[in-house]
Design a protein around this ligand. Structure first.
Ligand code: SF4
Length: 237
């Protein structure tokens, strides 16, 4: 395989999804009682753990600031104080404010649902502090669009599996485009797929992979040799 070449295919994507789902079960993402709570969560979880984002969401909820109207109307300093547990609270408060103003300026999330995916993505990316990963999480979990979130867990996994090589390892758009072109699935599929890849990255295929416990090793070109979780022989390097 030449640098940048991809071995991603619909069959492989579906195999990966099925294998992870079978092992980890449904992840029930993204938690939140309202579309705006999900939207706020995608910003608060940037560069921190979910439990810290949750603390910030709880503070916003208790203060009555878990609506776009409330965030847009209140002083940004008040939002900063409430979301301190999520870290980077100054930047995140401004991002929350920008996205809230975008929502209120367009008469709410329900009104925005009629827009095309490309248009929504462009508008999200135009906001300070919203990159491709956050934009795609918003598209997937708030607007229920079938997009692949090619975050660091996904890029590492696809690279280790031997399905995506070269500069594409660090290229968000290359992997996202490759996966979306390869498989024609709905938002429900991509919702679960992303959550499962994160679960796998956190528990097994992290910075130091635990290949001997991995249910993907039979298909993985980076697997450590040795007996695997299912009795398949390791594929070696
Ligand atoms: S076999 Fe190892 S490198 Fe391959 S996906 Fe599993 S944990 Fe990651």
């Amino acid at each position: 395989m030449t640098p940048g070449e991809s071995r991603v295919s619909a069959d492989r994507i579906r195999w990966l999804q099925a294998r992870l789902l079978d092992h980890y079960g449904s992840q029930h993402w993204w938690p939140g009682d309202s579309a705006f709570e999900v939207l706020a969560g995608t910003i608060l979880v940037q560069r921190t753990r979910w439990r810290n984002a949750e603390l910030a969401l709880t503070n916003l909820r208790q203060a009555g600031l878990l609506t776009p109207d409330a965030v847009a109307a209140h002083p940004v300093e008040q939002v900063e104080n409430l979301i301190r547990p999520a870290g980077f609270y100054r930047q995140k408060a401004r991002r929350l404010r920008s996205v809230s103003q975008w929502v209120t300026g367009n008469r709410g999330i329900e009104q925005l649902r009629s827009r095309r995916t490309g248009e929504l993505r462009q508008q999200l990316l135009a906001m300070d502090g919203i990159g491709p990963e956050t934009a795609d999480c918003i598209l997937l979990y708030v607007f229920h669009r079938p997009v692949f979130v090619a975050d660091a867990y996904a890029r590492r996994l696809f690279h280790r599996l031997g399905w995506q090589h070269g500069s594409a390892r660090d290229d968000y758009d290359a992997l996202a485009g490759t996966v979306q072109d390869a498989v024609n699935e709905d938002a429900e599929f991509f919702n679960e797929f992303h959550a499962l890849i994160v679960a796998h990255g956190k528990s097994v295929c992290g910075k130091s992979p635990r290949c001997r416990r991995c249910v993907l090793r039979v298909m993985c070109s980076s697997a450590d040799p040795g007996p695997d979780a299912t009795g398949h022989p390791g594929s070696g390097h």
